[in-house]
Write a protein that binds this ligand. Structure first.
Ligand SMILES: Nc1ncnc2c1ncn2[C@@H]1O[C@H](COP(=O)(O)OP(=O)(O)OP(=O)(O)O)[C@@H](O)[C@H]1O
Ligand SMILES: [Mg+2]
Length: 483
């Protein structure tokens, strides 16, 4: 039974079809409205909430395809399932190309109708959740400049930026790779009085000290072979603005000494020069290493560490703020759909479960890449588990219960099939009886699941009042033990 009252509108000119559908659907707990013509159907649509429409392709007053277009104009996300007679299947396929959710042919099987309706309504629920996330993305409570997230961990970050940005205090941002250190640095700049002055990034990594220093401080003409023209350094370029040292831990020790001097004196000399140049810059440094530990090894100057560590901003890893994943996913879905000129997409609950279960060692950057790949490869609107990379999907922490073998042994096959059966039943339960989704949850093919359901004679979820008298088989004991 659906948990809340769900409404289905049936538009078909044949009374016998309307009655049959109404009986099947009300039997399953849906609230059903019916209409015999296109005009009446559109009227009924306005009578109250509708969660899905069953629409005959051949109506006396109008063609079902036109009605489909009208309905989609009224509510683009309302799932419409076409009802078609044998012979007109091409039209039904055309209808799905024009946005119908699915179709089935007359005469139909009740189970088939129910599964299609359930899937259609699930899809609508997904789309709604999706819209809710989209609304959240617009709201200040869930974002801060370019940073997305509403978790308490990330709000602490927003708070600190808001409070410390206006000052000139040096900031040290510490966080694993891909946690957003650069975005945070930009946000500090943007929220300061320096916002309209330059924001200059220094990639401190793997440059030889000479080159790094000539980049930072500039040089005079003739300072070294090849220095044909004088050159401004990044400190001068960043004057009145912000200079951001990415991976400060990689700066060589000798350059660290010079940096310390600039921080203390706010002045320096170009390479080969004699004049002191004064600059007014705000310094922000980022590291994914533990700088404190590097000072103990003598790889980072302790005095520089204390100079940088005036305001310490620790960025949480994504696994520490997993409740932000759906919102980030939504953000990246929109971003990449836009970039590849595709219609907005949604993730199936199965796919979202995988993302929520994963540890994200590469943090937001890794999540961003996974979503980009899925959007690029996705052929329609839904991103299912098949588009989530294997290493994200496979859960390394599968818990296997402690096993004790009694003195007289066990019947291995029975125990294993008993387990299989329990997991299948649990997955079917979790999937609301939809086999395709249950198969997703179990990471197996739908055909394999179907075969196992038959083999173990697992009953569909019993419907209230259908008088199904078959006995539930004893749990854990498959009926066909004959081997
Ligand atoms: N809170 C966030 N909201 C939205 N996007 C984010 C967020 N944090 C990071 N990103 C995105 O994730 C990617 C990595 O962010 P960024 O480059 O700032 O991380 P980083 O910590 O500097 O990583 P690295 O250590 O690898 O340099 C970027 O594409 C950035 O736009
Ligand atoms: Mg970075």
């Amino acid at each position: 039974m659906p948990d809340t009252q769900l409404n289905v509108l049936v538009i078909d000119d044949e009374e016998i079809i309307r009655e049959a559908l109404e009986a099947v659907l009300t039997g399953e707990g849906y609230h059903v409205r019916t209409a015999a013509t296109a005009a009446e159907g559109i009227d009924r649509l306005g009578d109250g909430p509708v969660d899905a429409v069953l629409l005959d392709l051949m109506l006396p007053d109008r063609n079902g395809l036109e009605v489909l277009q009208d309905i989609r104009r009224i509510d683009d996300e309302l799932p419409v399932v076409m009802i078609t007679a044998f012979g007109t299947i091409e039209n039904a396929i055309a209808a799905t190309k024009q946005g119908a959710f699915h179709y089935f042919t007359k005469p139909f099987k009740n189970d088939e109708v129910l599964v299609v309706i359930r899937n259609a309504i699930d899809r609508r629920r997904l789309v709604r959740e999706n819209h809710a996330l989209r609304d959240q993305l617009q709201s200040d409570a869930y974002r801060f400049d370019e940073l997305i997230g509403g978790s308490s961990r990330i709000r602490t970050v927003y708070d600190l930026i808001a409070r410390a940005a206006p000052s000139r205090a040096t900031v040290l941002i510490q966080g694993e790779s891909g946690t957003g250190k650069e975005l945070v640095a930009r946000s500090f700049h943007r929220r300061s009085a320096r916002a309209d002055k330059p924001f200059v990034t220094v990639n401190s990594g793997n440059l030889p000290p000479d080159l790094l220093e000539s980049n930072l401080f500039g040089h005079v003409k003739g300072a070294f072979t090849g220095a044909v023209f004088p050159k401004k350094g990044l400190f001068e370029i960043a004057d009145k603005g912000t200079i951001f040292f990415d991976e400060i831990g990689n700066v060589p020790l000798e350059t660290q000494a010079k940096l310390l001097r600039v921080i203390q004196e706010r002045e320096f000399m170009r390479l080969g020069g004699v004049d002191t140049i004064k600059v007014d810059v705000r310094i922000i440094a980022a590291t994914n290493a533990d700088l404190k530990a590097l000072t103990k090894d003598g790889r980072f100057r302790e005095d520089l560490f204390y100079r940088l560590n005036v305001i310490l901003m620790k960025l949480p890893a994504l696994r520490e703020r997993k409740d932000d994943i759906p919102l980030l996913v939504q953000h990246f879905l929109a971003k990449f759909a836009d970039e590849s000129h595709k219609r907005s997409m949604i993730l199936t609950p199965g796919a979202m479960d995988r993302l929520m279960a994963y540890d994200w060692p590469g943090n937001i950057r890794e999540l961003e890449n996974v979503i980009e790949r899925a959007v690029v490869l996705c052929g329609d609107r839904e991103i299912g588990v098949d588009l989530i990379p294997d290493h994200v999907s496979s859960d390394p922490h599968v818990e296997v219960p402690e096993v004790v073998i009694p003195a007289d042994g066990i019947h291995f096959r029975e125990v294993i099939t008993g387990h299989e059966r329990k997991y299948i039943e649990a997955a079917l339960e979790a999937a609301g009886g939809v086999q395709k989704r249950a198969a997703e949850l179990l990471h197996i093919k739908a055909t394999t699941l179907n075969e196992m359901i038959k083999r173990y004679d697992i009953l569909p979820r019993r419907r209230k009042g259908t008088g199904d008298l078959r006995d539930e088989p004893e749990p854990g004991l498959p009926e066909d033990q004959g081997e």
